[in-house]
Design a protein around this ligand. Structure first.
Ligand SMILES: Cc1cc2nc3c(=O)[nH]c(=O)nc-3n(C[C@H](O)[C@H](O)[C@H](O)COP(=O)(O)OP(=O)(O)OC[C@H]3O[C@@H](n4cnc5c(N)ncnc54)[C@H](O)[C@@H]3O)c2cc1C
Length: 332
């Protein structure tokens, strides 16, 4: 029998709160742990965060390892990699899940290296192989043109998972779990970088990656003026505005709005693509959306291959009618 047991998630803490990503990982980890008939553990590294352990249990954890140390106040590679490696060596989980975000992308491969294993990044679906009991991680490959399933042969099995491809469980404060405090064992000299300053990105309205609805425009919009109409629709739907690379390169939208391989990866419930051809590089950033609606005047446009609903039309005619209908439905 394997000495590795259970599923462990790394819980990101943002501004003193359990992140949405952490609750999603708990939901996904819970399913995998139940499938294996094993426990789900969460690791909470940070400073002054012990009070969040109960929340992690309410979202599905059986055990919470709290590593509370002032040196963990900010995410720093050296301190977090050392602490995670220490907890993993103590607990020996079979599977470790992290978010496919700035922290997870930095931490997962470093942790894998320290533990002599590998990390599969950018997972969009996770499952347990019924025969081998190994973790199967599905991820987009070839710029989003195909999906491949990866299984690692070494232990522990590490994977990072995209935001919003998993759902958190409903918070249940009656759930019981165990909280274990682990000493970080850090010395300031172990941390080779210093956080000098933190700059909060100002976002008008909802953040692209968090938006349940994204209205994106492409080269066919023709200019910054056209994007005002997309913004109106996005506001009505409480969503955010995205763009293809040419729309950003032309200065019609800021670079932060770019969706795709070299831009943001979004997984909204609804992605409305307007005058975007649907290149593989663009789809790499939006193909995991729950539903794609496309407006394009070219019936052969690639975007229609992935769209659940398609409108073959000039957006200048279709969009005002679409927006008007949304207004009417919202007014009902
Ligand atoms: C390494 C690399 C990385 C890249 N990364 C990204 C990335 O992150 N994101 C990204 O988006 N691209 C990226 N690209 C660029 C990508 O290859 C495409 O060139 C780009 O996605 C095309 O953008 P588009 O669909 O807006 O423009 P086009 O391909 O020019 O398509 C415009 C579409 O608008 C339609 N249209 C025009 N007028 C109208 C109208 N009046 N009404 C309705 N429809 C209309 C046309 O039929 C057409 O389908 C990358 C490329 C490379 C090589």
């Amino acid at each position: 029998m394997s000495e590795y047991k259970g599923v462990m998630i790394f819980a990101d803490i943002i501004e003193g709160k359990l992140s949405a990503m952490a609750t999603e990982l708990l939901g996904c980890g819970r399913k995998l742990a139940d499938n294996l008939g094993e426990d789900l553990a969460a690791v909470l590294p940070g400073s002054g965060i012990a009070n969040l352990a109960g929340e992690a249990i309410a979202f599905g954890a059986d055990k919470v390892y709290v590593v509370d140390d002032p040196l963990l106040q900010d995410y720093q590679t050296d301190s977090y990699a050392a602490v995670m490696a220490k907890v993993v060596q103590q607990v020996s989980p079979r599977i470790i899940l992290l978010g496919q975000n700035a922290v997870g992308r930095d931490l997962a491969p470093r942790l894998a290296f320290r533990l002599g294993t590998v990390a599969v990044t950018d997972g969009v679906a996770l499952a347990i192989d019924p025969d081998s009991k190994r973790l199967l991680t599905t991820k987009p490959v070839y710029g989003g043109n195909a999906q491949a399933i990866f299984a690692s042969e070494s232990n522990p099995q590490i994977a990072t998972v995209r935001a919003k491809v998993m759902s958190p469980l409903a918070q249940d404060s009656s759930r019981k779990g165990e909280v274990v405090a682990i000493a970080a064992g850090l010395e300031p000299a172990m941390i080779r970088t210093k956080v000098l300053n933190k700059v909060k990105q100002e976002v008008a309205g909802i953040k692209l990656e968090d938006a349940p609805v994204v209205v994106s425009g492409g080269r066919g919009i023709g200019g910054a003026e056209g994007f005002k109409q997309l913004t109106e629709l996005a506001k009505l739907l409480k969503g955010a505005v995205g763009a293809s690379r040419p729309a950003c390169d032309n200065g019609w939208m800021p670079d932060t709005a770019q969706v795709g391989l070299t831009g943001r990866i979004v997984t909204p419930d609804l992605y409305i693509s307007i005058a975007i051809s649907g290149s593989s590089q663009h789809l790499a950033g939006c193909s995991s959306s729950k539903a794609i609606v496309a407006i394009n005047k070219d019936p052969e446009a690639n975007i229609f291959k992935v769209a659940r609903y398609g409108v073959v039309a000039d957006w200048k005619k279709a969009l005002p009618a679409f927006t008007q209908k949304v207004k009417e439905l919202l007014a009902e």
